[in-house]
Structure formats: structure tokens, C-alpha cells
Design a protein around this ligand. Structure first.
Ligand code: FAD
Length: 459
């Protein structure tokens, strides 16, 4: 039985963990580093949904979309947003210019490891900003590198090739417990234990429940966070082409007239596909797209989300959204799809109505009625924004626009960490999405670089 000791133990092989290992090795090649990952190695990650034999989520014990080398980002659209305006609050811990500098550094690494040639988009000096403002919409500033699902995979493959001879990878090895004993950390897995002088936890959103347990056991303070939820939209790519061709992803925010709530676009995937994702047994919607034109679909998808943050007496925002997602799973057996025209006419969509559509859905989902699932206030806001978007992208409010629900963006509770991203236990760092501080590829990756440099004593 091995009870190995490492200089640094990293839990989770998502972008946070990978970039932490990369930077540790770059600065101190002799460090003994282990990465523990609940899921598979990259080449063994495989979601059984093929649209033919398996059409909807098969509830695998470990979701190949969320777990394994590359983390939740492995089959993502690979959109690296270089901005402090969304994607996380890393800048509040490490400063705005440092955060941008590290996101750019991550971009350089990606470009040197298979991402070269991918397009960099920017909102700087776009006329779309004015068009948005004229229609009560607000375009957020960002620079976006779109790797695409295909190139993102190549980058991960190349990063793994660089790390594998110097880092001990333990796949299919979820860490169950962290103990702080003396000056070191003991990590318990199902079969054995390991120890490390430093421990970096980067278990992402899929590790949120476990992270909560770790914080309780180690007496680390946590704070409730918000949750974003709503629906995913799919429409013919031509409708948004003038925005997506120039900006790729446009993050647009709208304040509703009825309730003064903020609704925002999220994860825009031009010529992409809608996908189902399984987080802790709950099936929700997401989307991605390939950079390779031969893999393009005819459709663009994006989500419209509203944030909710519960504090008192109920403070579990995620649990609220989870029960809405569960309700949707109960009614639809998974994801529900509805035509916008059916939603506004107060009727459910049926298989026949979906089949009659001129648009071909990219995800097989159950036709139904999302108004029975999404709370009225949220749905009213989403519908209002659809009509606002229709003014800058006519056709958005067409009857045939498809809504998939529900899309939920769970945020982990905020773990109390300092400006080193270190907990009250010296040497225990919490980075990436599981910290509640980051919510994106670029912020999670940058947090990994930041902590690696702190461990190496570099600023
Ligand atoms: C379908 C999809 C598309 C997305 N598209 C984009 C996009 O285009 N742009 C963007 O910025 N963001 C996108 N995101 C979000 C992005 O993937 C995450 O923000 C990012 O991956 C977070 O990185 P992370 O390292 O913090 O966590 P993760 O990537 O979630 O990695 C955490 C890893 O830890 C492992 N783990 C969990 N618990 C344990 C445990 N107890 N022991 C060992 N290992 C454990 C998990 O298996 C996982 O592999 C997308 C997400 C999904 C699901």
C-alpha cells in the first residue's frame, strides 16, 4: 500500500489544477507533485449520448462531461474571456491588472500548445455597443479567445503530454478527506492515503458538495453565493451572425421594466450545439461549438440567465435552483424543449410542433412547457429580454426560436481565502470554481498560475 509524500498535492485536474501544476513545474522542475482526479484521463472521457442509441443523459456514476483531465472545460467551447467584468471575482483578491496579466499569460500558454491560429475577438471600438445602448441593452467589455471544442481538446492533450512524466496523476481517485496534521496535509482516498506539504484544492463545480464538507471539517468559513438560472435559446445562426462574426460571444445585460431585474446572455455558441450536463445527478443545459467549420451546425445557442442570491432565513441559493432543475427533470425526464411561440401562447410544445419547425434542434429533449417549471418572475424577465434582443437581432422572438430548460449556473459557496488564495490553514489553497471566486476557464486557470507562483515564492 503506497502512502506517498509529495511537495504539492493538487486535487482536481480541471484548468485550475492543470495550470497550477504547469506553473509549479516551470518554476521548480524538481518539485514532487501529485494530481488526484475523480474522473478519467482525457482519452477515456466519453459521454454515451450519441443522439441515436443513447439520446439523453444516462446518469453515469462520473459524468464524462464534468469529470476527468481537463475538468468541466474539456469539452467546452474553449472560450477564454480575458476580462474582469464577468467570469469571476479573481481581481477582488489579486488586483485587476494582475488578473488580466495572468489571463493573458494563460492565453500565451494555450497558443503555444495547440491553440495557435484561433481567433481573438474584442468588444473594443465595436458599433454593436451603441446599437445595444439604443435598445436598453448593455454590452460588457471583453477580449475573447475562442479555441473551440476541438482545439481546446488538443491544447489539453499537449499540456498532459508536458506534465505526465513529471507529475504523478491518479485518475478515478476521488479524494474523500483532507486532514491537517502538523505541518502537512493527509489526503484520504477510498483505498489509501497520501501526504503533502502544500495542498491545492481545485475541484470545480462538480466538487461543490464535497468542498462544503471539507470546509466544515476543517473549520473554514464559507459564505452563501448566488445562483444563475433560466433557459438556453437556439435559433438560426444568421439571426445573430452580425454579432457573433464580430464579437463571437456578446455578454449583454438587460434591466427588465417590470421588476427591474437584471437578465444577461451567457455562453453564446455560434454554429454550435446544445448539450445536457449532469451535476450531482441533476440534468441541466449547456452549449458549445467547434472552431472547425466542418463541425458547425446551422444554429447559434446562448442562455438567458437571472441571478438569485438568498441570504436569510434560507441561504442555499443552489438548492433553490436545484429544485427547479429537478422539477424540470421530473416533468421532462431530462431536458425540456419548447418553441417560443408555444410559450407565449401558453401551450406546451409537442413532438409534432417541434418536428414542424424549420430549425433542427441540436439536442434531443422532451417537448413540454417551461412555464410550469421556471418561476413567473424569472420567465417574465427572460421573455422581456427576448423582445429587447429582437430589436438588435430581428428574428430572436420568432415563434420557432427554441428554449431548452433549465439552464443553471451553480456557484460554489465562497470559501474564505486571503489574497494568496490560501485558507486559514497555512499551505491549503482553494482555487478555481470550487472557491466560489472564479466561474470560467480563464479565471480558474489564472488562479492556478497565481497560487503556483505564490508557492514558489514568485510574485
Ligand atoms: C459544457 C460546459 C461548457 C463550458 N464552456 C465554457 C466556456 O466556453 N468558457 C468558460 O470560460 N467556461 C466554460 N465552462 C465553465 C468552465 O469549464 C469552468 O469554469 C472551469 O472548468 C473551472 O475550472 P476548475 O479547474 O475550477 O474546475 P473543473 O473544470 O470543474 O475541474 C474540477 C475537477 O475536479 C475533479 N474533482 C471533483 N471532486 C473531486 C474530488 N473529491 N477528488 C478528486 N477530483 C475531484 C472533477 O472531476 C473535475 O475534473 C463550461 C462548462 C461546461 C460544463
Amino acid at each position: 500500500m503506497d502512502n506517498k509524500h509529495y511537495d504539492v498535492c493538487i486535487i482536481g485536474a480541471g484548468p485550475g489544477g492543470i495550470f497550477a501544476a504547469y506553473e509549479l513545474l516551470k518554476n521548480e522542475p524538481k518539485l514532487k507533485i501529485a494530481i488526484f482526479e475523480a474522473g478519467n484521463s482525457l482519452e477515456k472521457r466519453h459521454c454515451p449520448i450519441d443522439g441515436v442509441k443513447v439520446k439523453s443523459c444516462a446518469h453515469c456514476p462520473t459524468c464524462a462531461i464534468m469529470h476527468g483531465f481537463g475538468g468541466a472545460g474539456a469539452f467546452s467551447d474553449g472560450k477564454y474571456n480575458i476580462t474582469n467584468q464577468f467570469g469571476g471575482n479573481l481581481h477582488e483578491y489579486i488586483g485587476k491588472s494582475k488578473a488580466i496579466q495572468l489571463m493573458r499569460y494563460v492565453d500565451d500558454i494555450n497558443m503555444h500548445n495547440g491553440g495557435e491560429g484561433s481567433k481573438l475577438y474584442s468588444t473594443a471600438s465595436t458599433s454593436i455597443k451603441k446599437l445595444c445602448l439604443q435598445n436598453k441593452l448593455h454590452l460588457l467589455d471583453a477580449t475573447v479567445r475562442h479555441l473551440g471544442t476541438d482545439k481546446n481538446y488538443v491544447v489539453l492533450k499537449n499540456l498532459y503530454a508536458k506534465l505526465k512524466d513529471s507529475v504523478d496523476f491518479y485518475f478515478n481517485t476521488p479524494v474523500r478527506k483532507i486532514l491537517h496534521e502538523g505541518k502537512q496535509f493527509t489526503l484520504k482516498t477510498d483505498t489509501t492515503s497520501f501526504s503533502g506539504d502544500k495542498c491545492i484544492v481545485s475541484v470545480g463545480r462538480s466538487g461543490s458538495k464535497w468542498m462544503e464538507q471539507v470546509c466544515k471539517e476543517l473549520g473554514i468559513v464559507t459564505h452563501s453565493n448566488r445562483v444563475d438560472f433560466g433557459a438556453s435559446f437556439e435559433l438560426p445562426a444568421e439571426i445573430f451572425a452580425h454579432l457573433t462574426d464580430e464579437l463571437y460571444e456578446s455578454k449583454i445585460v438587460y434591466r427588465t421594466e417590470k421588476y427591474n431585474d437584471l437578465v444577461r446572455t451567457f455562453c453564446m455558441n455560434p454554429y454550435g450545439a446544445v448539450v445536457a450536463e449532469n451535476t450531482n445527478g441533476i440534468v441541466t443545459v449547456n452549449g458549445h461549438s467547434y472552431s472547425d467549420p466542418s463541425k458547425h451546425t446551422q444554429n447559434t445557442n446562448f442562455a438567458l440567465l437571472v441571478s438569485k442570491h438568498f441570504t436569510e432565513p434560507f441561504d442555499d441559493s443552489n438548492a433553490y435552483a436545484e429544485s427547479i432543475a429537478r422539477l424540470s427533470n421530473m416533468l421532462g425526464g431530462g431536458i425540456i424543449v419548447q418553441r417560443f411561440g408555444d410559450l407565449t401562447r401558453g401551450r406546451r410544445s409537442t413532438v409534432a410542433r417541434i418536428e414542424e419547425c424549420f430549425i433542427t434542434p441540436t439536442l434531443t429533449a422532451t417537448p413540454g412547457d417551461l412555464s410550469l417549471v421556471i418561476p413567473k418572475r424569472i420567465l417574465d424577465g427572460i421573455i422581456e429580454m427576448i423582445y429587447a434582443l429582437d430589436k438588435i437581432a430581428p428574428g430572436t422572438a420568432n415563434d420557432e426560436t427554441l428554449l431548452y430548460g433549465v439552464e443553471v449556473k451553480f456557484y460554489n459557496m465562497e470559501v474564505e481565502i486571503d489574497s494568496n488564495l490560501e485558507t486559514c490553514h497555512k499551505g491549503l489553497y482553494v482555487i478555481g470554481d470550487c472557491s466560489g471566486v472564479t466561474h470560467s476557464l480563464s479565471h480558474a486557470s489564472a488562479s492556478g498560475i497565481y497560487v503556483a507562483r505564490k508557492i514558489c515564492g514568485i510574485d
